[in-house]
Design a protein around this ligand. Structure first.
Ligand SMILES: NC(=O)c1ccc[n+]([C@@H]2O[C@H](COP(=O)([O-])OP(=O)(O)OC[C@H]3O[C@@H](n4cnc5c(N)ncnc54)[C@H](OP(=O)(O)O)[C@@H]3O)[C@@H](O)[C@H]2O)c1
Length: 305
């Protein structure tokens, strides 16, 4: 099968190459999925799990990409809940070969049915950003209606999902990002927008929840904005500065079939809009994942035309 592999950590996404690889065999509880579309998170080349397995052993050449939409082509020993020929979408294990390929082996429990009226490209754009937003707001952030949420990177992949879900849930949403992102963030449902390059973040005043996808100096300054009893949710590692009287959570997204169902239902009924910036074929994936100009939204690699 065709697949994108990486072997050189220092080369980053520029080191991606399109090669022929053997089709994966399903392990216990796995299914094999014929990948129709795959997502990719730009920071994957910095994740240790891209380079080593769970025992810390080198696993290169590794296939990046950990979210997919496709069709089940084989069932492994003991796999239940899915059938051959079924449309599925979901999140694959960080420490195994991923989805920038024609086929991938993945534990059945990490997938959910993809309704027939949702395109594969849309399905592949939802798992990481949708589940991260859902879990950060509702599981870890324990958002309640009427609370205020500061959403960093509100026009980006995760931030646009956070903005829409928080707004639907009855929160007051303040989005942040680059100057060029203002209208997109407002279109996704932010009530206000802070241009981090030109406006003072501190003018936001107090908020109940900060959802941080940026970290660094922005993360440090955000800690001081959280009201007593509020929550700082980070998806970019443990915050360097913790708020004094608020809960601090950093987490890595996990797959959840029920939550994937909630997310895709919202896409079908129009409550949630996905955020795709570019779609390219597997043959053009290396160029598409090394863009020469800024792309807002996810790049989706379509394995089948
Ligand atoms: N822990 C987890 O489970 C988890 C899950 C998903 C994602 N993540 C992490 O979350 C981060 C965001 O992922 P994503 O897919 O949403 O990326 P993305 O689509 O690139 O969104 C990030 C947004 O924030 C903006 N931004 C970044 N730095 C900024 C700054 N200093 N000032 C103003 N705007 C800034 C970006 O603009 P530019 O494009 O111009 O920089 C972009 O619009 C990544 O680090 C990713 O690894 C973690």
């Amino acid at each position: 099968m065709k697949a994108i592999v990486v072997t050189d950590e220092a080369a980053g996404t520029a080191g991606m190459t399109l090669v022929e690889r053997p089709e994966p065999a399903p392990a216990i509880n796995d299914v094999v999925v014929q990948v129709h579309a795959s997502g990719f998170v730009p920071t994957e080349m910095e994740w240790p799990s891209t380079w080593t397995d769970r025992l810390g052993r080198d696993r290169t050449p590794s296939i990046p990409g950990h979210e997919l939409a496709g069709v089940v082509s084989a069932l492994g020993y003991g796999a239940t809940g899915l059938s051959v020929g079924q449309r599925v979408f979901g999140l694959t294990d960080w420490t195994r070969d991923g989805t920038l390929a024609e086929y991938v082996a993945v534990e059945a429990r990490n997938l959910a049915p993809l309704p027939g009226d949702v395109d594969f490209t849309v399905g592949a754009s939802l798992p990481i950003s949708g589940l991260t937003a859902w879990q950060g707001l509702f599981e870890h952030g324990r958002l309640r209606a009427g609370q205020s949420v500061l959403v960093h990177g509100a026009a980006g992949a995760v931030g646009s999902m956070v903005t829409q879900l928080a707004r639907e849930f009855g929160a007051y949403v303040i989005g942040t990002g680059r100057a060029a992102d203002r209208q997109r963030a407002l279109d996704f449902g932010a009530h206000e927008f802070v241009d981090l390059g030109n406006e003072a973040l501190e003018d936001v005043g107090g908020v109940d929840l900060v959802f941080d996808v940026i970290g660094g100096d922005i993360g440090k300054r955000s800690a001081g904005l959280i009201r007593a009893g509020g929550t700082l949710v980070s998806v970019v590692g443990p915050p360097e500065v913790r708020p004094a009287d608020a809960l601090t959570i950093d987490f890595v997204v996990t797959s959840d079939r029920g939550q994937l169902g909630e997310i895709v239902q919202r896409v079908r009924d129009g409550r949630l809009r996905t955020n795709i910036g570019n779609v390219a074929g597997l043959d053009d994936a290396v160029a598409a994942l090394n863009p020469t100009e800024r792309i807002t939204g996810k790049t989706i690699i379509s394995a089948r035309s």
